[in-house]
Design a protein around this ligand. Sequence first.
Ligand SMILES: [Zn+2]
Ligand SMILES: [Zn+2]
Length: 320
Amino acid sequence: MATVFLVTLYEYSPLFSIAVVSLCFIITAAILLGWFGFDVPVILHSSDEPEVITPTPEKHMVQVTNPFALDLGSGPASVIDGISLKLCCLEPCILSCFWGCEVQALQRVLQTNQHDLKLSSPQHFLQALQLRYHYCETFHICKEDREEVQTRLPAEHWITDFGPLPRDRYPLVAVLTLAKEEARNIYNIVANVTVIHVPDDKYNLSARILFQYLLTSQRNMFELKPLFMSAGGEETPQPPDSERTGPASHTEEIPEVGESDWFERAGRDCVICQNAAVNRVLLPCRHACVCDQCVTHFQHCPICRAFVLESFVLELPAEQ
Ligand SMILES: [Zn+2]
Ligand SMILES: [Zn+2]
């Protein structure tokens, strides 16, 4: 019996050796690849071994209220005749209109806000801009005053245009700040900086808001983006108001607005379990797509696959 076995083994020994060597090679290669972090085939993992997931740290976030709303008013706008601005503020505010403000000067001022200087009053802006503008006009805006203000460059400045393109000055920079010192401590948002294009003979593009920034008391700067929605209105219910029109009192760190509305419309279903309300926002991608339970099982965002560094609780507004 043993002899038969040995003879058989002898006959097949080259094949047997090749098979053994190949098997050893495959196992070694798999171990090495696994060691260096390459994608090892799933078959090498024991299916019973639980995947190790470190819990996502929770970030503390606060909901902030934007006290400022500024939009272009109705009526014609030009450098010679001026422009009307529509304002609606939750607190008494001061509007400073800087005509012909230098692009570089404004960029520098916005950068210094992030480092050393806190820009929360018109005086701060006046100081920081260092007269790098043609003319400044200020208005006191009453609380919840919805009137339009008209600002224009006085005729004695003899400015009818801001030169050919490319330009080194913005036609108009409107800065909104809170009038009362105590209000500056209540609101996290301390200033609204709006860069406005005003048409003139050299560049006849219609008046429009080029950029709008919100400066916070923590010296962060956020750009407000226009919010677009379906024109039909039937498929998707309208959100209460857009970011640019009316005071955005429901604003939660600006970019969240659209997403939280979207999830309210979508029935608040967690994309993983489909069974619970979405109440977690993943950072840094800011996708709000999972519930409290499911967030503990994932290290990558189920929507964009971005690595999740932190998350925070999304408190949806109470049912209306
Ligand atoms: Zn879930
Ligand atoms: Zn994501």
